[in-house]
Design a binder for this molecule. Structure first.
Ligand code: ADP
Length: 379
């Protein structure tokens, strides 16, 4: 029997997705369990997934390895790695830096290792791509010694997606020296500046809270707001954590956690939704402008993930404010709903605008195969 399949498990804060890939990259089976909250839910979700996989005939006879997405590798874990006790401890140590994301990943990792204990397991980090950020982008301007003692630096997130779409964009435009601004706009959202495949800056920071406005996270804030609310509203660390993770972003602004609902509200003339929409777009444009300068001029802008791939109005509103960079969208190309890498700017636009469907699972499968074949990931 051929032992050539890779199972990918992607445990998010509220979902568990799985995909099994054949050697040629074909998808053998895929699925997801959603709306999970709490450890018990995640453990039950894994049981459900293992049941579904067994019924689909996925087992140790067929699997060459299991690839796991892990959001935060902390300061020690950056490269895709074979799972051992040291790797598990590093992911555990990084839990305070990604309290919503690393615990479900650990639950999936431990459960899957019990189920498939004769199969190698590999972790692929969302922070990994950004381990090479230049110091000037990774360094926070606070007390140097304190920052060093507590490993405070910009780690970034969504690196698997940013790296993947940057590669697809380079293929699509036939150039590997591209200066790119990539916009991963999903429930979480982040921007990255990428020069010839290397990251030079990104919007997420020590934790996945910084940067763009997201579904329920507000991104950039004056840190004084937290001090003010601690003193004036009596919020402790739990209250602040709840505010930052669950009661901010478009949820906090409009009460609508899903971007489609926000758009429907804005279309219906609801001022609260419209303001949230504009705050979201304004923040994206600020980052594009900043990264254009950081890159010394961007060649292309890439939209990806749930919102970036599926919301043409959002892309038009963001790009509409980028005329100063020469960005010019082609309305017909922008409104097409083809699910493939494509250019949506005019042929004359000095900065090309692309939509690139992200595929974190296939990137994880590829990195997993590479670790199993060579002991390290592709670069
Ligand atoms: P995750 O970060 O959970 O992987 P996704 O990348 O799937 O998230 O993005 C989820 C977001 O994409 C949700 O806010 C959802 O409303 C939004 N989205 C999905 N489809 C559309 C669409 N057709 N128009 C606007 N937003 C969409």
């Amino acid at each position: 029997m051929d032992r050539d399949q890779v199972l990918v498990l992607n445990a998010g804060s509220s979902s568990l997705k799985y995909q099994v890939f054949g050697t040629d990259g074909s998808v053998v089976v895929k699925g997801k369990v959603e709306r999970l909250s709490g450890e018990d839910d995640h453990a039950r979700a894994l049981e459900q997934v293992t049941g579904e996989l067994r019924r689909a005939g996925v087992d140790e006879e067929h699997l060459i390895g299991v690839g796991h997405r892990v959001v935060h590798g902390g300061h020690t874990l950056t490269q895709p790695s074979l799972v051992d006790d040291r790797v598990l401890a590093a992911i555990q140590d990084a839990v305070p830096l990604a309290p919503l994301h690393n615990p479900p990943a650990l639950t999936a990792l431990r459960g899957a290792r019990e189920w498939l204990d004769g199969t190698p397991h590999v972790v692929v980090l969302d922070t990994g791509f950004f381990a090479e950020l230049p110091d000037v982008a990774a360094t926070y301007a606070i007390d140097r010694d304190l920052a060093a003692r507590h490993h405070v630096r910009r780690y970034g997130a969504h690196g698997i997606s940013h790296e993947y779409v940057a590669r697809r964009a380079a293929e699509h435009l036939g150039r590997d020296d591209l200066r790119l601004v990539t916009l991963h706009l999903g429930n979480g959202a982040s921007a990255a500046a990428i020069d010839a495949g290397r990251p030079v800056d990104t919007s997420m920071g020590l934790t996945p809270l910084e940067g763009l406005v997201m579904g329920s996270r507000g991104g950039d804030l004056d840190p004084g707001i937290l001090l003010h609310l601690a003193r004036e509203a009596g919020l402790g660390t739990d209250g602040l954590e709840d505010l930052l993770h669950h009661r901010s972003g478009i949820t906090g602004l409009s009460g609508r956690p899903d971007f489609r609902e926000l758009q429907a509200g804005a279309d219906a003339g609801d001022d609260v939704c419209r303001l949230a929409w504009e705050v979201y777009c304004h923040r994206v444009r600020k980052y594009v402008g900043a990264y254009h300068v950081v890159l010394g001029g961007a060649d292309a802008l890439v939209f990806t993930a749930g919102v970036g791939e599926n919301a043409p109005r959002l892309r038009a509103d963001v790009a509409g404010g980028l005329g100063v960079l020469g960005v010019e969208l082609d309305p017909d190309r922008n409104s097409s709903d083809e699910r493939r890498t494509r250019t949506i700017s005019t042929d004359g636009s000095p900065v090309a605008v692309l939509v690139v469907p992200t595929d974190e699972e296939s990137a994880i499968a590829e990195a997993t195969r590479s670790v199993l074949a060579t002991g390290s990931a592709p670069r």
